[in-house]
Design a protein around this ligand. Structure first.
Ligand SMILES: C[S@@+](CC[C@H](N)C(=O)[O-])C[C@H]1O[C@@H](n2cnc3c(N)ncnc32)[C@H](O)[C@@H]1O
Length: 209
């Protein structure tokens, strides 16, 4: 908790995963000052979240990151750059349904989530039908989910889930860095690593209809 108190206004930490009230209050207090709200689930050390906040100063950019050190690093970067539109919620991203109301989110970003690719671990995947449904409910009409991964099977199964629900695909590639979407792409820490390993990267952007 000591680390948290050094970043008031940037990092909100939940001691109890089930108790999201502090985060909810803080998000709802700040949201009215912004035109948009972008939410990144599993924001890591914040490379993407920080660049997103710089690119869209009128958006409140909220990162959910379960690991304290990574959440703290993100907070440090935001503080150093004097960014006033960044919030880090150090809690389980699956809490989002308690923190936002329907239509409050303009865009969700899920970048290189842990693949949990052993059969018995599949249930741990962040992008499961329940969370996709929650995201859909929280998005405003025309809001989007942008998902990037190096994991071909996770990508294919998520695209299949999205095609079965009420989403409209607006971007799709299995080779992001050689696609037209590379130009405006904001990289992440893990993406830099996968790029150096010359792995093909997948992107889907899908819109709430
Ligand atoms: C593979 S890393 C990718 C980090 C970052 N998005 C990137 O692309 O560099 C996945 C991140 O998601 C975080 N994470 C995993 N499950 C989470 C959850 N349920 N809630 C919040 N963060 C989570 C992990 O701690 C880790 O930082």
């Amino acid at each position: 908790m000591q680390l948290v108190t050094t970043k008031p206004g940037i990092i909100v930490a939940e001691q109890d995963r089930e108790l999201a009230e502090t985060s909810r209050r803080e998000i709802q207090r700040r949201l009215p000052d912004f035109a948009d709200c972008y939410v990144e689930l599993g924001s890591g050390s914040g490379m993407h979240l920080i660049k997103l906040a710089q690119r869209y100063p009128s958006a409140l950019c909220i990162g959910f990151e379960i690991r304290f050190k990574r959440a703290f690093k993100t907070g440090e970067k935001a503080e150093l750059l004097g960014l006033k539109n960044v919030m880090i919620i150090r809690t389980d991203a699956r809490q989002i349904n308690h923190l936002f109301t329907a239509g409050q989110v303009s865009g969700f970003f899920v970048n290189y989530p842990d693949p949990w690719d052993k059969r018995r671990w599949l249930k741990n995947r962040l992008l499961n039908p329940e969370l996709l449904q929650t995201m859909r409910e929280l998005l405003r009409v025309g809001g989007f989910l942008r998902y990037k991964t190096d994991h071909q099977e996770y990508f294919a199964s998520t695209c299949k889930l999205l095609s079965e629900e009420q989403w409209r695909t607006v971007k799709h590639t299995t080779d992001l860095l050689r696609s037209p979407y590379a130009e405006n792409n904001i990289p992440t820490e893990f993406e830099m690593l996968f790029k150096s390993q010359q792995k093909p990267l997948c992107l889907i952007e899908t819109m709430r209809t």
